[in-house]
Ligand binder design. Structure first.
Ligand SMILES: C[S@@+](CC[C@H](N)C(=O)[O-])C[C@H]1O[C@@H](n2cnc3c(N)ncnc32)[C@H](O)[C@@H]1O
Length: 198
């Protein structure tokens, strides 16, 4: 058995702590490190985010993709969950945050289930699906069935929480092998997954 000195063991612990911190940042920072660069690599020009909230992920997608036109949809109502106590203020926050992008950012307020009725099929290169919250529990299958047809053939449905409602995705006829991890410059995203639309 190799003998490890106290100093070596301390260095090892330090190294592991650093690795854990980096992993944590990569997991939490999907909207900075992963999503904008995945979009860029695919050369998408027209996208939709379902669940715009205060515009955080829309901001980074638009900032890093100068030719991207992005629509954002949200209820902007107070809903169950501590993260949504002030959700009625997020419409203004979102507008302010995205104002510098001018016509490249478009915002629609309302229930995404109803708004889907007014959107023609095959409109978007991608949809970033970020509606995972308590009121949406058990509602993803229905919501996804309305929105997937709005994605062009060859485009993608992207999400950060697909693991939490896998059954809804399987129920739409997708197999596990069709749900792929996003890869950004040879790095596999800790969190983002996508489904190619055929
Ligand atoms: C997880 S948050 C989105 C986080 C955001 N993408 C970000 O990066 O900060 C989920 C959002 O979905 C919205 N939402 C939930 N159900 C909705 C529905 N039926 N129609 C439209 N928006 C909805 C909520 O209002 C909430 O702002």
């Amino acid at each position: 058995m190799p003998i490890i000195s106290c100093k070596q063991s301390h260095n090892w612990e330090h190294r592991n702590t650093m690795i854990n911190i980096i992993q944590w940042f990569k997991y939490k920072g999907w909207f900075i490190f992963d999503l904008p660069y995945f979009i860029r690599a695919q050369q998408y020009h027209y996208g939709l985010e379902l669940g715009a909230k205060a515009g955080r992920s829309m901001y980074y997608m638009l900032k890093e993709n100068k030719d991207l036109h992005l629509t954002g949809i949200d209820l902007w109502e107070i809903i169950d969950g501590s993260a949504y106590r002030n959700n009625n203020q997020n419409e203004n926050r979102c507008k302010q945050k995205l104002s510098k992008f001018g016509k490249r950012a478009k915002l629609l307020k309302g229930d995404a289930l109803l708004l889907a009725e007014n959107i023609p099929n095959e409109t978007f290169d991608f949809i970033y699906y970020d509606l995972n919250c308590l009121p949406m529990k058990h509602a993803h299958q229905n919501m996804l069935s309305k929105w997937i047809p709005k994605i062009k053939k060859g485009g993608a449905l992207i999400g950060r929480d697909f693991r939490e409602f896998r059954e809804d995705i399987y129920a739409l006829g997708y197999a596990e092998s069709e749900i792929k991890r996003c890869i950004i410059k040879n790095r596999i995203s800790e969190r983002l997954e996508y489904i190619e639309i055929h």
